[in-house]
Design a protein around this ligand. Structure first.
Ligand code: ZN
Length: 260
């Protein structure tokens, strides 16, 4: 599998839309993080929460506290966000919006509306780059500049979603140095592949488990259309839809101490 095809598998359409330089694809194939190569991550700290002290292997997923789902909505701020906020509010649900710094500069009023809504806003880099492809100084700038933009609007970001799920140890450490926990996802809606709303809703509602983290994009209108079904069916299954910070607290509360 070439680097280019991995990028394609992870939404090159978006990369192209954002002007990322596909010319780097001639670089020799390198080992990517699990999420970047397969589009989803298992419920294990190394893959899902790179570099985090919380050991997900110790989480008792039979505990009632873990009946939570974290919807993560990437690539905004976007005009669709207003509708998404309405749907979340109507259904008593919360989510986390991972925003791109360059787009915050263009649409600060949308970011402010998301912050005011009580949903969580996280850092999704400044330029939506493959973080492990760029030098440390550029990685640092992608993290700190986006934090600065969010801080200025009152968000106090606590989470980083690496674009394309691409991270390495250095990226995770740099995120921590910027006060951010890194998180990937366990359930990819594949909305970036052009699925329709029914297919997205079906894919998500058939695969909800305690602690599922769903990857979706506010730039995809079928995702917005699928959201009411996802929330209603998820709640019927006994799940609460929470922010990443609430998700983390729930997993911590259900952690079993000692050896396993
Ligand atoms: Zn993204």
């Amino acid at each position: 599998m070439t680097v280019l095809s991995r990028r394609t598998a992870l939404g090159a359409g978006l990369a192209l839309a954002l002007g990322s330089r596909q010319g780097r694809a001639e670089a020799p194939a390198k080992v990517r993080s699990y999420a970047a190569t397969h589009g989803h991550a298992p419920f294990e700290t190394a893959h899902l929460l790179p570099g985090d002290p919380l050991d997900l292997a110790r989480v008792d997923r039979n505990a009632a506290a873990t009946r939570v789902i974290a919807l993560t909505i990437d690539d905004g701020p976007d005009a669709n966000d207003h509708r998404i906020l309405d749907i979340l509010r109507t259904n008593g649900a919360k989510a986390t919006f991972f925003e791109i710094g360059r787009k915050i500069v263009e649409h600060p009023e949308i970011t402010k509306a998301v912050i005011r809504s009580g949903n969580e806003v996280g850092n999704h880099s400044l330029d939506h780059v493959m973080m492990s492809d760029v030098p440390p100084a550029e990685q640092a700038r992608n993290l700190s500049e986006t934090n600065r933009l969010l801080d200025r609007l009152g968000a106090a970001p606590a989470w980083f979603r690496p674009p394309f799920g691409d991270f390495d140890d250095g990226v995770a450490a740099l995120a921590r140095a910027n006060g951010l926990r890194s998180v990937v996802w366990t359930l990819d809606t594949k909305d970036w592949k052009g699925l329709d709303a029914a297919a997205i809703a079906g894919r998500v509602t058939a695969n909800l488990r305690p602690g599922t983290i769903v990857l979706m994009h506010s730039t995809k209108t079928p995702t917005v259309e699928a959201l009411p079904t996802i929330l209603a069916e998820g709640q019927r299954q006994g799940y609460r839809f929470v922010t990443m910070t609430e998700w983390y607290a729930a997993m911590k509360a259900a952690s079993v101490p000692g050896t396993m």
